[in-house]
Design a protein around this ligand. Structure first.
Ligand code: PLP
Ligand code: COI
Length: 365
């Protein structure tokens, strides 16, 4: 189906929005992904009609046919992005065009229709404009947007669905890690890999996360917060965490992050950190980094910091790494200097507290 006719979003306000006092109570300590707003955006797609029926409506459960193909063959993709309250009282999204493009890339990989960037942006912006009051006031608070799309055709044959539902829900969030986690501990997945060459590792599809859960469970059983995956071929190269990219900081002030070779998600936070670091003259290399090297560099002191990054987790220091053979600590085991500085610089741009030299903030009217 070709690019659509311009779509107008119909707005059906919720008849039972949460009262302001109740909303304020829910925003005191929202955590991550538990508090949802009153409305959702929705656009339907079918092979014969293209994109149609755009609406913002009261958030409500869906009625899904038991034979809807997503329930059987998992054609589903999603995005994660945040709307921020700015220092001057305005509201802005951070690099939503990058999310729109990645959503298209994910769709292509999963044989799904590509939502035009304009519709993606409009759906998110309209929802945020309506739900502005759900952005928590406190430090670190944001409105997390979750655009997603799934196969809704009622058919059990294995083929790309002929019908899809695209939706956006919004969740008021604070820190992703409980208590703001000054540094997280990481378990190196031994038996499980996340993505193989030619697979879906670079797509943001639900199946990647389903496949990561057993390894994450193993991480928790081993007393760690998160799991890190090694490459599927040599079981040697560090790839990424279940939901975050990873960076290494060396004693000469340089940074390394694994390259985008198709098996890791091209994180927008990753790209932003690369840009911020390069703009201040830091040496940043996108190159493979082996687990044996990680262990050796932590022991020798050549590696001074490591951090994970993503929309939900922002920039989170990695304090220690565990394997069956033992555990090693990185630097002091707490937040390192460069990690802290890069986090502060990124957050200052996102909150409108620093200039935005790269044009990343998209202000809402
Ligand atoms: N890697 C994975 C597997 C993720 O799920 C995410 C989160 O979206 C990231 C990396 C970081 O991506 P971004 O910075 O765009 O949120
Ligand atoms: C994000 O950071 O947006 C993610 O998608 C990570 C996780 C919540 C799935």
């Amino acid at each position: 189906m070709e690019a659509p006719q311009a779509l107008t979003f119909r707005f059906d306000p919720s008849a039972t929005p949460v009262a302001a006092s109740e909303r304020a109570a829910r925003l005191v300590d929202p955590g991550f992904g538990r508090v949802f707003t009153d409305h959702m955006a929705l656009i339907r797609y079918s092979d014969d009609k293209g994109w149609h029926d755009a609406q913002i409506t009261a958030r409500a459960p869906l009625s899904v046919d038991p034979a809807a193909s997503v329930l059987h063959y998992a054609q589903e993709i999603f995005e994660g992005m945040k709307a921020y309250r700015l220092a001057d009282g305005g509201t802005a999204l951070f690099r939503p065009e990058a999310n729109a493009r990645r959503f298209q890339d994910s769709a292509r990989r999963m044989a799904m229709p590509e939502l035009p960037e304009k519709l993606f942006l409009e759906s998110v912006e309209r929802l945020v404009e309506i739900e502005r009051d759900w952005i928590p006031e406190q430090d670190g608070g944001a409105l997390y947007l979750r655009p997603f799309m799934f196969a809704s055709e009622v058919f059990l044959g294995v083929k790309p669905s002929a019908e899809y539902l695209y939706m956006v829900i919004a969740s008021s969030v604070g820190a992703y890690f409980k208590g703001g986690a000054p540094a997280v501990s990481i378990w190196v997945s031994q038996g499980y890999t996340r993505a193989a060459p030619g697979g879906t590792g670079a797509a943001k599809c639900g199946g990647n996360y389903a496949a990561s859960l057993l390894a994450q469970k193993e991480a928790i059983a081993n007393g760690c917060d998160q799991v890190v995956f090694l490459d599927a071929v040599e079981r040697r190269w560090v790839e990424e965490l279940g939901g975050m990219n990873v960076f290494f900081v060396f004693d000469d002030g340089s940074l390394v992050t694994p390259p985008l070779t198709g098996t890791i998600l091209p994180g927008i936070t990753r790209d932003s950190i690369l840009t911020i670091a390069r703009a201040q003259g830091l040496t940043v290399r996108e190159e493979p980094y082996a687990i044996d090297q990680w262990r050796a560099d932590a022991a020798s002191g050549r590696l001074v910091e490591a951090f994970a990054c993503g929309t939900a987790a922002v920039v989170t220091p990695i304090g220690s790494v565990a394997e069956p053979a033992g555990r090693f600590t990185i630097g002091s085991g707490g937040p390192g200097q460069l990690t802290t500085r890069l986090r502060e610089q990124l957050v200052a741009i996102q909150r409108g507290q620093a200039p935005d030299p790269h044009g990343w903030m998209r202000r809402l009217g």
